[in-house]
Write a protein that binds this ligand. Structure first.
Ligand SMILES: Nc1ncnc2c1ncn2[C@@H]1O[C@H](COP(=O)(O)OP(=O)(O)OP(=O)(O)O)[C@@H](O)[C@H]1O
Length: 318
């Protein structure tokens, strides 16, 4: 199976690739976590989208040189990442773990990291990193007293204290409230715009499309699709789909919907209606005006199978 590569109408020149993943697989015993993946990650923000267990964490750890590929190779600016500690001068990784040293303040954690990197001015670098993530006066409080989002920001500050060219983040928005999420998105965007390579993983399409110029979709260890956010959104919504509807007059609604090009079948299933749509996006746009024109009130519109896995399964089957 080959990944779907999709592009949009934008004519931006492709960004310079800095992370090259060449035919990389990684297995643990019988489990193939990453299966023959090749991709180039250039400057700007890239989202690595996939359901739980897709292999995103494994791929990020391979990119960061923490795991050896079972097959294939990964380079950062033409240098191998495996068994090459020199890459850590230009790479930062934010892992998806809660066990940040709670007994330290964020400032202490970030400064210790700055010293590990042997930065000439660890204190100034710490101040800069703390300011970038907007921890403000909380930076001097113990991390144990932080909210989940603040702990995440402390980890991000530690990962970028040495001003790395490449920042990798594993599910960075997990557990953040909407304001914290927006702030981190703005930070990642600023870093991407300043010429850094930022790659973050997520299982939420909305999250990824808000902040990424480019999206790589992983399913069951494989690269299923890559492209910009509009193209990936189209790929995920222009697909057959079933909906369960409830309305003031299911029979009249069914008749009206059958006239739509994007509807391929209707079943009256009291107490509702099962609609088979050829195209998810087109149907959700056409439904409200069609119901209104038929004088029917919509009470409920439910996707019949809207698990993220079903969307991804469609992508790899397609
Ligand atoms: N150290 C390990 N030993 C055995 N199996 C592993 C190991 N690490 C990962 N796996 C397996 O590899 C597969 C991919 O896991 P991975 O954590 O990379 O996925 P993910 O996309 O990051 O998912 P999640 O968001 O749930 O962490 C899973 O089946 C997982 O159980």
């Amino acid at each position: 199976m080959s990944a779907t590569t999709v592009s949009d109408t934008r004519s931006d020149a492709p960004a310079k690739a800095v992370l090259e993943i060449n035919g990389v697989s990684r297995w643990f015993g019988n489990v193939v976590a990453v299966n023959d993946i090749s991709m180039s990650i250039g400057t700007g923000v890239t989202g690595l989208l996939g359901p739980n267990g897709a292999g995103k964490t494994t791929l990020l750890h391979l990119m960061a040189g923490l795991l050896q590929p079972s097959r294939g190779s990964i380079t950062l600016a033409d240098a191998p990442v495996w068994r090459n500690p020199a890459i850590y001068a230009s790479l930062g990784l934010v892992v998806d773990r809660e066990d940040t040293y709670g007994f330290l303040s964020a400032r202490e954690l970030v400064e210790a990291t700055a010293k590990l990197h042997k930065l000439p001015q660890p204190r100034a670098a710490t101040d800069r990193a703390i300011a970038m993530v907007g921890l403000g006066s909380a930076a001097d409080r113990r991390i144990a007293t932080y909210s989940k989002g603040m702990r995440q920001r402390a980890r991000v500050a530690a990962a970028l204290v040495h001003d790395p060219a490449v920042l990798l983040l594993d599910e960075p928005f997990n557990g953040m409230d909407p304001r914290q999420r927006l702030e981190l998105m703005e930070l990642l965007q600023r870093m991407g715009e300043s010429g850094r390579t930022v790659l973050f993983s997520s299982h939420i399409l909305e999250e990824v499309e808000q902040v990424s110029q480019s999206i790589q979709v992983m399913v069951a260890g494989r690269l299923a699709a890559s492209g910009d956010h509009r193209a990936i959104r189209r790929l995920m919504t222009q697909r057959p789909h079933e909906f369960r509807l409830a309305s003031s007059d299911d029979r009249a609604l069914g008749v009206a919907l059958l006239g739509l090009e994007c509807v391929s079948g209707i079943e009256l299933e009291p107490p509702g209606l099962l609609v088979r749509a050829r195209d998810y996006g087109a149907f959700t746009l056409a439904l409200p005006p069609t119901a209104r024109a038929a004088g029917v009130r919509l009470y409920q519109v439910l996707p019949a199978d809207e698990s993220l896995e079903s969307v991804f399964s469609y992508l790899i089957a397609g």
